[in-house]
Design a protein around this ligand. Sequence first.
Ligand code: NDP
Length: 479
Amino acid sequence: MSSAVAMEATRRRQRLSSNGGASETTEEPAGQWGRAWEVDWFSLSAVILLLCTAPFLVFFFVMVCDQYQCSVSQPLVELYSGEATLRSIWDKAPSFTWTAAQIYTVWVSFQVVLYMCVPDVTHKFLPGYAGGVQDGARTPAGLINKYEINGLQSWLITHALWYANAQYFHWFSPTIIFDNWIPLLWCTNILGYAVSTFAFVKAYLFPTNAEDCKFTGNVFYNYMMGIEFNPRIGKWFDFKLFFNGRPGIVAWTLINLSYAAKQQELYGYVTNSMILVNVLQAIYVLDFFWNEAWYLKTIDICHDHFGWYLGWGDCVWLPFLYTLQGLYLVYNPVQLSTAHAAAVLLLGLVGYYVFRSTNHQKDLFRRTEGKCSIWGKKPTFIECAYRSGDGGLHHSKLMTSGFWGVARHLNYTGDLMGSLAYCAACGFGHIHPYFYIVYMTILLVHRCVRDEHRCSSKYGKDWKRYTDAVPYRLLPGIF
Ligand code: NDP
């Protein structure tokens, strides 16, 4: 916010009473919102550490399966004892291949075509599904972007083709993804870095909306966390919507299917653990696409700027690390006892129920502006006011009933329960598949703190009233 706008905003600042009643003019400063304007040393160190280590971490978790049956400790022991060197490990890893480059080019191009050239028709015949052109949330500069929501359709077409190929056409083997996994890693890295660098340069040279750009003055932070809020090419190619959802999340279920096909090829059967991982993660992916319009109102789209964190993360981190369980099960085909399988299924489904219901309650509450029923009652809420960068005053409501009255982020708790279920489906032989729950816990706790920091600067005292009313974040009575 420029200082002139901020002063103007301060002059015009109005605060609503707690019940959303009459508003009055005060001289209090308006809360700022969006990501950091200034970078402290801790954030800068974290950013540089992540930029330097994340690509190696992805390589490590994939390489240990390829060379060490997914044992995380074995390469470290061999390095320590001198049996292996970094060079020998690197030399054994499959390198870039033109076959992988062709597969990946066809894949990304196909997803671009489905995203840009096939307007959604599924919303016309699927009751309750919100597809087609939808509004996004208000940006910090006060804009409301339009999005073409056709992710579910893209997912259905892609999976129908995958099925048709596996059953009838046999153009390629269903194990194609597994068979080219490490060469594909190099290709996804090329795209991840290219997209992040392009978005970085674009923000300086031809931003889509200059008023929604944020420059912190620190080049590493800008590169990692992004400058542009909603970079686009033309009217419709939205970087965030495409890269967040399409090449990575559509691929997620195909990657798992490829792992299941590999188990079948290697052992002549598919384990119940592999089926569980496929089913639970497919529910999560389908939920994402069914609710793609709702996704426009989540933090990724509403608040994060587009940089390496989203660009590289969506191209590389997500497809490789969110699918570690299936990869592990190819090398370690675990057959679970019925009781173990049932417990994993239950945990996964209860987690999904909490995750979905919590998200649904907020969506319903916000869509109807509180005129709805939550757990059979009229929802209670705290009325808030905030200012966008253009100085405009807006009103909002923070719900304090349903799951949102139990804790401030039970959707994350449900997500974590589901994540734990995927890991537990792999048995207890190795820690490799459990990396996911460790990562998700760090991601969602950090996200929680980050979001609350932002909400606190956006809503000021109103946020404090909300946290007094709902004191816990993820686990009532504990955190
Ligand atoms: P939320 O959907 O929880 O959105 C947080 C925002 O909701 C806040 O910034 C605030 O926005 C608004 N809000 C907060 N409290 C209330 C309330 N009491 N009543 C009404 N609105 C409120 O967070 P995310 O966008 O992070 O997550 C969406 C889902 O995606 C979650 O279920 C999460 O688990 C999942 N997720 C999964 C990831 C994965 O990698 N698998 C990664 C990230 C998220 P406002 O400014 O509008 O008030």
